[in-house]
Design a protein around this ligand. Structure first.
Ligand SMILES: Nc1ncnc2c1ncn2[C@@H]1O[C@H](COP(=O)(O)OP(=O)(O)OP(=O)(O)O)[C@@H](O)[C@H]1O
Ligand SMILES: [Mg+2]
Length: 279
């Protein structure tokens, strides 16, 4: 698989929800650019609009203002042509179906012929080759998440959207899945956006980490992560990794203090561009 994913350009997006007699402004002036084949992580305080942003990019909701474009296609077009794969925190597998038939479901839903080879390949990619016939109740939480990731990839999407897919897992399983996610991303070149609450996870897997302000959410800092690939667990023990985690953590704390003007790169934008030491 040498094809590269679709780029994502989000410009000036706003989304307001009605709540009781009032309203909640979830996003305002939200900008995000993810290049084709890029891996972006989105972090920010709870309720800042991360899931809202992902749902808008997925074409599951529409913005009140601003534009979202993927190389000339709207999110709705991307979704209708099955070019987007989605995996959220709850893997929501069908309990009566096996690993293989849960993965195949994504193909059935879009009326595609059963492609046994593609399903087998994915089962192997996520390391579940001995469990094709197992049902969700016979799997661990981490294995269920792997099924959800395989299912999100089976339509061979150009864009993969992950909303805290590993949130409920223990640290070791989570690290294993991060390694697998990196391997899958390297093998497939699918543009990936990962929402996570874990700064080390974001820094470990992504090319770029975007930090959001509290609601109304928008991007207030951008960290380019230059660590070489493939990234291995040794990286986790290095000073440069810790320094990068500290830097993102500092941005997040500043964002929570609602400080709008961060250390800018000298441009007139309000987004700080912070580059990791690539060496
Ligand atoms: N369908 C909806 N109707 C009304 N309000 C909504 C809806 N979806 C989201 N919101 C509101 O928008 C805001 C942002 O929610 P969102 O789920 O995007 O936050 P989040 O950043 O994903 O938070 P968390 O980290 O806790 O998952 C919240 O205040 C939420 O109450
Ligand atoms: Mg959320």
């Amino acid at each position: 698989m040498d094809r590269r994913g679709a780029p994502v350009d989000v410009v000036g997006v706003g989304r307001t929800f009605a709540l009781g007699d009032g309203e909640v402004v979830a996003l305002r002036g939200f900008d995000m650019h993810v290049p084709a084949g890029g891996f972006t992580a989105l972090i920010g305080p709870s309720g800042c609009g991360k899931s809202t942003a992902l749902r808008l990019v997925a074409g599951l909701d529409t913005p009140d203002e601003g534009t979202i474009d993927s190389g000339g296609s709207s999110p709705d077009e991307m979704r209708r042509h099955q070019r987007i794969g989605v995996a959220f925190q709850d893997p929501s597998l069908l309990p009566w179906r096996t690993v293989s038939t849960n993965i195949r479901l994504a193909l059935e839903l879009v009326g595609r012929r059963h492609d046994t080879e593609a399903v087998d390949e994915l089962v192997e990619l996520v390391g579940l080759q001995d469990f094709e016939k197992a049902r969700p109740s016979q799997l661990s939480g981490g294995m269920r998440q792997r099924v959800a990731i395989a299912r999100s990839l089976v339509t061979d999407p150009d864009l993969l959207l992950l909303d805290e897919p590993f949130g409920a897992l223990d640290a070791l399983t989570r690290q294993q899945l991060n390694d697998e996610l990196q391997r899958i991303w390297t093998a497939r070149g699918t543009t990936t956006i990962l929402v996570t609450h874990s700064i080390p996870e974001a820094v470990y897997v992504a090319d770029e980490v975007l930090v959001m302000s509290p609601r109304p959410g928008r991007v207030v800092a951008r960290h380019t992560i230059g660590f070489e690939r493939p990234r291995t667990r040794e990286l986790l023990l290095t000073d440069r990794f810790h320094a990068e985690v500290e830097a993102v953590s500092a941005s997040l704390h500043r964002s929570e203090g609602q400080v709008v003007q961060l250390d800018t790169d000298g441009s007139d934008g309000q987004v700080a561009q912070l580059d990791a030491d690539p060496g």
